[in-house]
Design a protein around this ligand. Sequence first.
Ligand code: NAG
Ligand code: NAG
Ligand code: NAG
Length: 618
Amino acid sequence: MAAVRALLAFLLLFSSSTVPSLSDKEGETLLKFKESLKNADALSSWQQGSQVCKTWAGVVCINGIITGLRLSDMGLSGEINIDALESIRSIRTLSFVNNSFSGPMPEFNRLGPIKSLLLSKNQFSGEIPADFFSRMLSLKKIWLSENNFTGNIPASLGQLPYLMELHIEGNQFSGLIPKIKEDKLVSADFSNNNLTGPIPDGLSKFGAKYFAGNDGLCGKEVGKECADKGELIASAVLDETKPSKVERSSLGNVVWILGGILTLGIVIIVLLSTRQRHDDFRVLEKEKAGEPVDANLPVTKRDASSKKGSSVTSKKGSQHGKGSAGDLVVVNEEKGSFGMADLMKAAAEVLGNGSLGSAYKAVMANGLSVVVKRMKEMNALAKDGFDAEMRRFGRIRHPNILTPLAYHYRREEKLMVSEYIPKGSLLYVLHGDQGIRHAELSWPTRFKIILGVARGLGFLHSEFSSLDLPHGNLKSSNVLLGEEYEPLLSDYALQPLMSSPEAMQAMSAYRAPESSEGISPKCDVYCLGIVILEILTGKFPSQYLRSGKGGTDVVEWVQSAISEEKEEEIIDPAIMTSKESVSQMVRLIHIGASCTQSDPEARVDLKEAIRSIEEVHV
Ligand SMILES: *[C@@H]1O[C@H](CO)[C@@H](O)[C@H](O)[C@H]1NC(C)=O
Ligand SMILES: *[C@@H]1O[C@H](CO)[C@@H](O)[C@H](O)[C@H]1NC(C)=O
Ligand SMILES: *[C@@H]1O[C@H](CO)[C@@H](O)[C@H](O)[C@H]1NC(C)=O
């Protein structure tokens, strides 16, 4: 046996010394790689003419093919020549553990087939772009520990299908831990960073010590309760006066409750016939109590109420178009005309329940999808006044304004119908799905959204110039994103309709610091500033929560960054991929800051803000 092995070894040695192998040709490439290294004494065995796979330190070969470099503990520094590594196509593993490399993350992502990338114990620093790992789908091991990396953990790490080891301990990563595919993950360490927010579900199998040293993390693993991001968003959308009520809600089941499909007819019938309200309609009772709607109507009751629905439909349906009680008045015919009967037959989904009322999505037989909003506390105007306001809304045409389609008026109940916008709101795209979706929002897209929001607001300020609050409720959940991410403002100019001071207080304009002294169009400018800072930082503003607890106080954060001239550090790492645009982002941070000045006198004028934004060309 030993003799056979010796013979084999001899044959291998013999053959590789007569015929120059591929690895020896690639030796030249490795020497090029070595050239840009400093303190490379440990690589003195790398000599032209010697056998790479036999004699070169740290070169890992399998059957004479170079499959990796294991250059740990060698005191190396200097540049890592990625071009050279890229041209050795058989490389699958790289270890640079415990050396003295520094500077930003080298472009290892050009080495697509890499399975193992070990960079621990160096002095790499700076942020890693969110999409850095998106093409490195073979990665099984990533060690970035004990470096000086900052910024968010790149979201693309979460999508790696074969990831088994993830070590990022001992850096200065901040922000949320992204959702990470954990089915193959056998070890992970997040300790000693600057991470915040909840520990994602799948990661709780790793014990507390792997999360230690991150003061902002919460979850049962670290013995600190947290309001998760879903709740933050939910409470921002809901503007709940009693935040405890949304404790069990998550982003999935409040912002876009897609689970419960019911016939909108049922909802409308019940809305139209409050006097006949049945105890069985627990769903609506709950809604009255201000809790998220859950649409678990028992089937038998659904059938019964549908029958009731059809009788009402036939009674009222004939009066369609005359604006009588129980009917729908179309104020904008761009999407065609429809009546209550069409809505009654539509399949509906509950979207959410906000301060200004609950919302349902309905898909009508002609294919048009609409959102039906039930408007609470909109009783300030009598029927004629309400009708005039709604018709005025219906005439609005601006590329950044969502024009409603129809309304329904009864003394106790008002419904507003608008087109359903599939991409959803800016709030959802920026913060939903644990931040994965916000990678969609490139810098040019974000600039376009900022510009569109500002122009839409400018339009409202001239169209409704007589109002104290021409918009009144500007926030990212009221900025819908069209097909090409063009922003569409919704829920504007409602203040004159509102009958209760409490409902008014729930509007975002009342987050402006001077609102307790008095409101003015400058409150809208404050809200614009919050949206701008939210888009640039990618952070969820604490200003959206009435309690002010949770999220990031973007106003304060930005002001301190400006005073320390560290604006670049607060920009969302996901858009920091191109250096050219950073100066534009910094200019916008200053514009956002001037919109959020707490003294309304010192706060920039809307026209001036729009002009400054327009001057930042992308
Ligand atoms: C790191 O590398 C140096 C040589 O550069 C070595 O002396 C030291 O022991 C190594 N440290 C560890 C923890 O292996
Ligand atoms: C890492 O970053 C910290 C804070 O920015 C700095 O004090 C420290 O010197 C850095 N360490 C290295 C090795 O670059
Ligand atoms: C941690 O992050 C916060 C902001 O989230 C920042 O103010 C602080 O300086 C960071 N600490 C370190 C050590 O990087």
